[in-house]
Design a protein around this ligand. Structure first.
Ligand code: CAA
Length: 390
């Protein structure tokens, strides 16, 4: 039985800041952000978007009535959850009108959450081949104004329908993974911003990649020549490149050229969104599939997932016949082209807006947010959500 990705949805908020302009305001050379870090635009979530609405918007574009009947499990991967107790999956379950007899849960392991969800989904489909799983990877990356992590912020979500009819990518069985208790990046429950040991996190990312890649090769006997492309978790687009470069000498000149070219294409969306933590790897996959017109059916794509703290995994998928018919290239082009640029001052203002924590009521003007699904306010410590399409 084949199991894999049947559909991919994506959402990012309608506001962004230009990294060249952010660099000028932060007194650094723009090339540091655009070349050294490798980011062009950074998505800015308005107060009317949180990890729930981002995920719901990403899923809303792909989940149809037939999916709603078949989805009996919704797994929400996030590290910017809104509640220590209730899962974000339940809010999305409601906002999409999923089958009441579906399970909805949240999983967490930094940027690895969506990968964990996909692996769980594979097991679920193996036992229940007529069912589907909705996997969500949704986050808002926040380090703080004027911090070294600031240039690697972002916001967005990816939604995946995993089923035994993988119209886009069949996920292969073998994968290699690694866990190690390290403090490279973390967010204590009392903080709305991440703490990070930046240089150490970069080193650990690469160390995880090299150990896992060795384990993967040993397990499967596959080599660089067997991979058409490798997509990476992209906290910023230079990071994956640094990891890729460490293994390129294992291949021929042709392998190098192919992998570098495909890597570049796989960073197109991430470069214009920023880090979306657990969805980043899948945004990179989407970028590769939608932006590279001539990827051959049957090609094998490698996927490297890394979640600080840390867990990493390398696995692969095979592109399916006519996969391009199931992509949403035009909708995503429209999503990007309809965004509004904000000034650095406007971004700083939006960044500092907060929700009440004393139980008071607040209502937002959701007409200012073009998203279909928005956070409309708070009352009695409860977030209020609206699906404008209902
Ligand atoms: N032109 C071109 N390049 C320039 C430049 C210029 N004028 N000025 C500087 N650069 C280059 C630097 O040489 C450097 O390149 P290399 O890394 O290839 O050497 C790059 O720009 C960045 O410069 P710095 O290292 O000086 O930047 P920094 O210390 O200010 O911050 C960072 C970089 C550590 C990544 C920081 O942004 C950060 O902490 N980000 C958050 C943590 C993170 O993303 N870690 C990644 C691994 S962890 C992970 O993957 C999980 C996750 O999602 C968080």
């Amino acid at each position: 039985m084949k199991i894999g990705i049947e559909k991919i949805g994506f959402y990012t908020p309608h506001l962004y800041v230009d990294m060249n302009k952010l660099a000028v305001k932060r007194n650094v050379e723009p090339e540091k952000f655009t070349i050294g870090i490798g980011q062009e635009k950074m998505a800015i979530p308005p107060i009317t978007q949180d990890s729930v609405t981002l995920a719901a918007n990403a899923a809303f574009e792909i989940v149809d009535e037939k999916d709603k009947e078949a989805i009996d499990l919704c797994i929400f991967g996030t590290e910017s959850g809104i509640d220590h107790s209730k899962s974000a999956g339940i809010y999305v379950h409601h906002l999409l009108g999923l089958n009441p007899h579906a399970r909805a849960i949240e999983v967490k392991q930094a940027c690895y959450g969506a990968t964990a969800a996909i692996q769980m989904a594979k097991g679920h489909i193996a036992l229940n081949p007529t069912k589907k799983v909705l996997v969500l990877g949704s986050d808002i990356a926040r380090y703080g104004l004027n911090t070294s992590g600031e240039a690697t912020q972002g916001a967005g979500a990816v939604a995946l329908v995993i089923s035994a009819d993988p119209k886009i990518l069949e996920l292969e069985e073998q994968s290699a993974y690694l866990t190690s208790d390290i403090m490279d990046f973390w967010r204590p429950v009392y903080s709305d911003k991440a703490f990070v040991d930046g240089k150490y996190s970069n080193e650990q990312y690469i160390l995880f990649f090299s150990k896992i890649w060795e384990a993967y090769k040993e397990k499967t006997g596959l080599e660089l020549k067997d991979l058409e492309a490798i997509c990476f978790h992209l906290p910023y687009t230079k990071m994956g490149l640094k990891a890729l470069r460490t293994i390129l000498d294992e291949g021929t000149e042709e392998d190098k050229e192919r992998l570098l070219e495909n890597y570049k294409i796989s960073t197109t969306y991430n470069r214009n969104v920023g880090n979306i933590y657990t969805g980043s790897l899948y945004l990179s996959l989407l970028s590769l599939l939608e932006q590279k017109g001539d990827l051959k059916e049957g090609s094998r794509i490698g996927l490297f997932s890394y979640g600080s703290g840390a867990v990493g995994e390398f696995f692969t998928g095979i592109l399916q016949p006519n996969y391009r018919e199931y992509l949403r290239v035009d909708q995503h082009a429209e999503l990007f082209s309809s965004r509004t640029e904000v000034t650095v001052e406007e971004y700083e203002k939006v960044f500092q807006e907060t929700l009440p924590t004393d139980g008071s009521t607040i209502e937002f003007d959701i007409d200012k947010d073009p998203a279909k699904i928005c956070l409309s306010g708070m009352t009695d410590n409860m977030r209020q959500y609206v699906n404008k399409m209902n």
